[in-house]
Design a protein around this ligand. Structure first.
Ligand code: SF4
Length: 138
């Protein structure tokens, strides 16, 4: 369930500002890079900020493409909507945990044709090669 005002977790000044901006965009939402610009922060700090708000159940993040780049659109979580706290999935995380992208600092800046490009990433290539070799040995 979404979090009511009285049960809202404590927020930093930056988080409150971000929430106000996201709220002001209503149903249109806001691309996360637009939010970073309005807040005067870089993408790394911005991605962490969005993740914190998402994990607190205060916003919804939807994958989007803007000018050919993968990004997220951010919306205020609706009261009564499903939040990450109540989200359940029946998957094994054993393999997923090993994927280098999940612990990569550049995950939110990585896209095809970008400076960090999954097609040219040595970390991802090495991991995929090791997985392929592992599978071939079975
Ligand atoms: S492809 Fe490489 S740079 Fe991109 S998120 Fe994965 S590990 Fe990071």
């Amino acid at each position: 369930m979404a979090i009511s005002e009285e049960h809202r977790p404590s927020l930093s000044e930056l988080e409150q500002k971000a929430l106000e901006i996201i709220k002001s965009r209503g149903k249109e939402g806001i691309y996360q890079h637009e939010l970073w610009k309005l807040l005067g922060i870089d993408s790394r700090e911005g991605s962490r900020l969005a993740l914190r708000l998402y994990k607190k159940g205060l916003i919804v993040r939807e994958p989007a493409v803007h000018r050919g780049h993968r990004t997220y659109k951010l919306y205020l979580a609706k009261p009564g909507s499903t939040t990450p706290r109540s989200f359940k999935m029946d998957v094994s995380l054993n393999v997923a945990i090993e994927v280098p992208c999940f612990t990569c600092l550049y995950l939110h800046e990585c896209y095809t044709g970008g400076f960090h490009d999954p097609r040219k990433c040595p970390r991802l290539s090495i991991w995929l090669t090791s997985k392929t070799e592992e599978r071939e040995r079975r």
